[in-house]
Design a protein around this ligand. Structure first.
Ligand SMILES: Cc1ncc(COP(=O)(O)O)c(C=O)c1O
Length: 426
């Protein structure tokens, strides 16, 4: 196999003609496919339909604490929901507050509260000249959108296969008091599917921030979202590590059942130290009399234990795994050895992260779109939508059917080849 870089101008020109003809055929097919967002497929939503039957007018709607879930009350969420979400995120129920339907909503709220009211008595961020966040890249566009919305300056920190570059994180966090947070997706990260190593988690727990109101935003969105039964990634539990390191208040851990039960209709939670929880409650008690306890009840009646959750996630994996493998197979078969692309084969989560040659990602995504396949916008995985190398593309294989996905992936690799040839000829 010859790399594109080793081809002569004549070889590349002839290859381009051939690829253009294939691309034209795709355009004529009138495809309408979407690989842009990490949405579960209809088949995956169907797995959770039993949850719709666990509550009805004949069953008791009283939770374990004896409270009628049809009525107001229990600001922190019902005990059995705190236990379930605690088990999913590996923390004691006492360290959890259940919110509403979205963990992203909790993250937004947490940043917003820090802006207006500060963190545990410190100066509200809005009164400071400058507030900065560290952003491991590539990362999750909706995290970056929150901090951008509040005018927080974002600093890129490169990801390694062990997690964020911790030398850089330690140096920046310990020397700059305007750095107030870092966005993290520690397990099966969005978009790379990387799980932070034990050493990385320990280094996070031992950080010595210049700002006492610095917090790690630990978004545990994919903790139980394995693709392979025999190859579960392991991520050290950070709350316990922070406590051991004498840094108990440094982390907020977020989780939800969005990609376990129903996205947008699941249960979301924050897990953190007792001090942080007390700080959060001061605001929460004014925001709401309590979140949706009937939805909490529905979840705990359906998932009676963590084992039930794992068995359920295996059903998701059985649908997701062939899709991931189909895309990876096509990438390997069509692009392997050409010297124009690289990618990471994840063992869990929702995404495949793809690297093209520098300066090609935007053109590849545009070409795919012109032939009917929508990808996540190039640049979206970086703060401000600016990928300095214009090389990262997030592939989201969950939503299309397997057949649609194969077609979309075939078109995608064709676009990668075509844009790479154009770039090398330019
Ligand atoms: C890393 C990450 N966090 C959070 C979310 C959204 O979570 P929720 O539905 O709980 O708001 C997603 C959804 O794709 C995600 O990838």
């Amino acid at each position: 196999m010859k790399t594109y870089q080793s081809m002569s101008k004549e070889e590349l020109t002839s290859l381009k003609t051939d690829l253009e003809a294939k691309y034209k055929k795709f355009q004529e097919m009138g495809l309408k496919l979407d690989m842009s967002r990490g949405k579960p497929s209809v088949e995956q939503l169907d797995i959770s339909m039993g949850m719709m039957d666990v509550l009805n007018s004949d069953v008791s709607l009283i939770c374990e604490e004896g409270v009628d879930c049809r009525n107001y009350g229990i600001l922190d969420g019902i005990k059995e929901a705190r236990e379930l979400l605690g088990a999913i995120s590996e923390v004691p129920a006492d360290n959890i507050i259940i919110y509403g339907n979205s963990s992203l909503n909790i993250m937004y709220d947490t940043v917003s509260r820090s802006m207006t009211h500060g963190v545990m008595g410190s100066t509200p961020w809005c009164k400071l000249d400058k507030v900065k966040f560290l952003c491991p890249v590539p990362g999750y566009d909706r995290h970056f959108a929150i901090t951008e919305h509040f005018g927080i300056e974002m600093i890129n920190v490169p990801m390694t296969t062990d997690g964020p570059d911790m030398d850089l994180v330690e140096e920046l966090v310990s020397s700059d008091a305007s750095i107030k947070g870092i966005w993290c997706v520690p397990k099966y990260s969005n978009p790379q599917g990387i799980t932070y190593s034990e050493e990385t988690v320990k280094r996070f727990a031992r950080l010595k921030p210049a700002a006492k109101d610095f917090r790690i935003y630990w978004d545990n969105a994919y903790n139980v979202h394995h693709l392979y039964e025999d190859q579960h990634d392991f991520c050290l539990e950070i709350l316990a590590e922070c406590e051991k390191a004498g840094n108990p208040d440094i982390v907020y851990k977020f989780t939800s059942t969005s990609k376990i039960s129903f996205p947008g209709s699941g249960v979301a939670a924050i897990a953190t130290s007792k001090n942080n929880l007390a700080d959060i409650r001061k605001q929460l008690a004014l925001q709401t009399i309590g979140h949706d306890k009937l939805n909490q009840l529905r979840h705990v009646r359906y998932f009676k234990s963590l084992d039930d959750v794992h068995a359920h996630m295996k059903k998701h994996a059985d649908i997701m795994r062939p899709k991931f493998e189909a895309v990876i197979d096509i990438l390997e078969k069509e692009l392997g050895g050409l010297g124009i692309a690289s990618w990471i084969k994840p063992r869990g989560g929702y995404f495949i992260s793809f690297e093209s040659m520098d300066g090609c990602a935007k053109d590849i995504v545009a070409k795919a779109k012109d032939a009917g396949v929508v990808m996540t916008g190039a640049g979206a995985t970086y703060p401000y939508g600016k990928d300095p190398h214009d090389s990262n593309i997030r592939i989201a294989p969950s939503f299309p059917t397997l057949d649609e996905l194969k077609q979309a992936a075939e078109l995608f690799v064709l676009c990668v080849k075509l844009v790479s040839v154009e770039k090398l000829l330019a």
